[in-house]
Design a protein around this ligand. Structure first.
Ligand SMILES: Cc1cc2nc3c(=O)[nH]c(=O)nc-3n(C[C@H](O)[C@H](O)[C@H](O)COP(=O)(O)OP(=O)(O)OC[C@H]3O[C@@H](n4cnc5c(N)ncnc54)[C@H](O)[C@@H]3O)c2cc1C
Length: 418
């Protein structure tokens, strides 16, 4: 195992839209900037693969700007630990990278929220974004019957992507009720870009049923998924399918900012108007500061990059645009709040922590996340609670009390800097 050292004025962790926008603004100022990301290519969740095969004009425009900037990318590296303020460690294949910086921009994005229900661990039951990512990486989906279910606008984006790749998308089941969705649509009035995106998606998804107030209560099959049971009002019914693409909106990736001591507010990283966290010199942008969509991630990234590069005046010029996108974010999170009925989806024998095989009934006697970890190892497997953490928070109201290094499972050799 070898160790490589990297020095820069600004380190950006995360190469999604917010990280790219931040890095671009830093590079424009003439300061040195490194972007570290755990994926093989830049782009984050929404622009995965776009650096090689462009399908979105907005992504193309950003990648063009990036190509013409002096940004150093370190891909395939997971930042897992802080050694002292101003330096973090990342694991990359068999090596450790040691990054030293003056300023840090955290742009770690979000992940899907999964809720346990009978059969959710069967093969071919996948996260909605997860299935999309697999198809982008080559999983054949043409002709496969897919049910898309859960909550949030990601369901529409995924259904559209799968349909364009010739999947047979049978229906989209959205747990949010019609009233909330109508309110959300009404809130979009005046946001022409969002309305035109929504209309485009609607026309591309014509022929695919969109059922509001509907959610999966069971995935059925012996070796792998064969059907899904859906509930809407008083009616339950079964739909045969090859895949269930299922996610219940998104949750911010908070492990790294929490490790660095950044305070949280409303389940996201707390930032001031300059995107600076409670730790001086550490900024945060994009979905780690709250779920708000692509445009908000981009403008927050630009502001964070500009301020990290000591260009506060230019950053202030973007505050108005950010305000507009914050309004959209508030409406989004209000509309796709999870309904209480989803708390009773898991049955006594339903697995909640799939890494450690912990069932719902084993958790019921605990009164905190800490107690549940001590008694059952819930959240202590390879994913370190990234999947079950947000589920137990919704089911039992438990929050992680602290985050300890490493924030990802790493080799023992990588930990020698303690
Ligand atoms: C699975 C998924 C699929 C999505 N698909 C769509 C879609 O099709 N259409 C759409 O409009 N929106 C989609 N979204 C929402 C979209 O990602 C956001 O709206 C927005 O673009 C997020 O940008 P970001 O820069 O904040 O984060 P992201 O794009 O999530 O980028 C964050 C990056 O940081 C990396 N990272 C995190 N922690 C570390 C670490 N410790 N070390 C190294 N790297 C790290 C992540 O791997 C990721 O590459 C999706 C979201 C998810 C979670």
């Amino acid at each position: 195992m070898s160790e490589q050292h990297f020095d820069c004025d600004v380190l950006v962790v995360g190469a999604g839209p917010s990280g790219l926008a931040a890095a671009y603004r830093v590079a424009q100022s003439g300061k040195s900037v490194i972007v570290a990301d755990d994926n093989p290519d830049a782009g984050g969740q929404i622009w995965r693969g776009e650096s090689k095969k462009v399908t979105s004009s907005e992504a193309a425009a950003w990648f063009e700007k990036i190509r013409n900037s002096k940004i150093r990318f370190v891909n395939g590296v997971r930042i897992f630990q802080q050694t002292k303020p101003g330096s973090v460690l990342g694991e990359i294949e068999n090596d450790v990278n040691h990054f030293f910086y003056q300023k840090l921009v955290i742009a770690t994005g979000a992940r899907e929220r999964f809720l346990p229900f009978p059969g959710w661990t069967l093969p071919n039951v996948m996260g909605a974004g997860g299935l999309q990512a697999l198809v982008k990486s080559g999983l054949p989906i043409a002709g496969k019957k897919v049910v898309v279910a859960g909550s949030g606008p990601l369901l529409l984006a995924v259904a559209d992507y799968l349909k364009r790749n010739h999947a047979d998308v049978l229906l989209i089941a959205e747990q949010a009720g019609r009233g909330k969705l109508a309110g959300f649509g009404f809130g979009l009035l005046g946001q022409t870009q969002k309305i035109s995106q929504a209309l485009k998606l609607r026309s591309q998804l014509s022929g695919v049923q969109y059922l509001s107030g509907c959610w999966p209560i069971a995935a059925n099959g012996s070796e792998k998924l064969q059907s899904v049971t859906l509930r809407r009002g008083a009616k339950d019914w079964e739909v045969e399918c090859d895949y269930l693409a299922c996610g219940f909106h998104l949750v911010p990736n908070l492990e790294l900012p929490q490790l660095l001591g950044c305070q949280l507010a409303k389940d996201a990283v707390k930032v001031d108007e300059f995107q600076e966290t409670s730790v001086a010199g550490v900024f945060c942008a994009g979905e780690a500061t709250g779920i708000g969509g692509l445009e908000l991630s981009l403008v927050e990234g630009e502001i964070a990059g500009l301020v990290a590069a000591e260009k506060k005046d230019l950053a202030q010029a973007l505050f108005g645009e950010r305000r507009k996108h914050h309004k959209f974010a508030d409406a989004l999170n209000g509309a796709f709040q999870l309904r209480p009925e989803l708390r009773s989806l898991a049955k006594a024998d339903t697995i909640v922590c799939r890494c450690e095989d912990v069932r719902y009934s084993e958790l019921q006697s605990s009164d905190s996340w800490r107690a549940a970890k001590l008694h059952t190892r819930c959240g202590m497997g390879p994913c370190q609670g990234r999947i079950c953490g947000s589920a137990v928070e919704f089911l039992f109201g438990w929050k992680a009390e602290s985050v300890r290094p490493p924030v990802f499972a790493v080799r023992v050799g990588s930990l020698r800097h303690d």
